[in-house]
Design a protein around this ligand. Sequence first.
Ligand SMILES: NC(=O)c1ccc[n+]([C@@H]2O[C@H](COP(=O)([O-])OP(=O)(O)OC[C@H]3O[C@@H](n4cnc5c(N)ncnc54)[C@H](O)[C@@H]3O)[C@@H](O)[C@H]2O)c1
Length: 336
Amino acid sequence: MPVTLVTGAGGEIGHTLVPRLAKQGQAVVALDLNPLPPDTASHCHAQLVGDITDEAIWKGISDRYDVVAIYHLAALLSTTSEKHPALAHRVNVGGTLNVLTFAQSQATARGERVRVLFPSTIAIYGLPDATTKATFARIKEHQWLQPTTMYGCNKLYCEHLGKYMTRHAAAKGVDFRCVRLPGLISAETLPSGGTSDFGPEMLHAAAQGKPYECFVREDTRIPFMVMPDAVDSILRLMATDASKLTLTAYNIGAFNPSAGEFADLVRSAFPGAMITFKPNPMRQAICDGWPADVDDAPARADFGHAPAYDLPRAFNDYLVPAVRSRYGLSSASVTR
Ligand SMILES: NC(=O)c1ccc[n+]([C@@H]2O[C@H](COP(=O)([O-])OP(=O)(O)OC[C@H]3O[C@@H](n4cnc5c(N)ncnc54)[C@H](O)[C@@H]3O)[C@@H](O)[C@H]2O)c1
């Protein structure tokens, strides 16, 4: 039967994306190293527990399903990749090559293109110093493609790999589409292993009345977006006719508070919030090389990227109410 494959479906993005795909009527087959959380599993046609680097798993999928689209979310994130670089390369590059090879074989077998969504990242950029970061405050897709982390190198190479496969596949092969995501903030799930995690971590800690020691300086500024907007853009990109797309990899952005500004918003929503700053040298260096913001004009023009949430709305209408409800707090002290 025709299905949509989602790798890494058990993670943060999968938690929002899988129900949206199911709502569109797509039969989702999920593949993850670990069993899915029950609220994600309930939206899937089937779930497979397995490793994307294991070639046998791909044979099993092709024996059972016609895969018409792939959302390839499985990866090791930036901080984890920096701690385990060889493993990161194996999963992030080797796993992606398996996904693309599988997509090519599905397309060839059925004589139609298979769309592959690849979530890339602002980590593919590498700015050498604070002056350059200030000068290129809204980075364009072709600028400063000089990643400094294993994760950034992996993702940039995979963008090229996807482009290569698409170019050489002619009419019946891989149709690779990529968004370069900023740091994502979800009210429903907690991140792990990313270097933009300080934003969501300080919010969730405050809602639980826990102290939070932020691992970057207060003046650290990178772009963020709330999870529903990121998933919305991913779905828009995947639904767009190929003839309208002028790039393979698109920036998408929404807002870009500094860590200190983010902390102030958290404090105004949760007046008892205990937030301190103690930069971790490795994680600070990663954020210092990332752009302060992205220019996402091509995404807006080509596939209608239009985040519904700016920073005040993200806090007041999405994050704070949902986080309060998640931790069983009344809505009385939500600030406006
Ligand atoms: N969340 C963000 O802020 C952000 C920003 C930029 C890019 N991205 C990219 O989006 C994708 C999804 O991010 P997320 O936040 O949902 O990540 P996540 O860490 O929450 O989820 C990743 C999932 O992949 C699975 N996985 C890891 N290795 C695997 C393997 N070898 N085989 C099968 N499954 C494996 C994990 O079990 C996990 O469920 C990733 O590719 C990430 O690089 C995320």
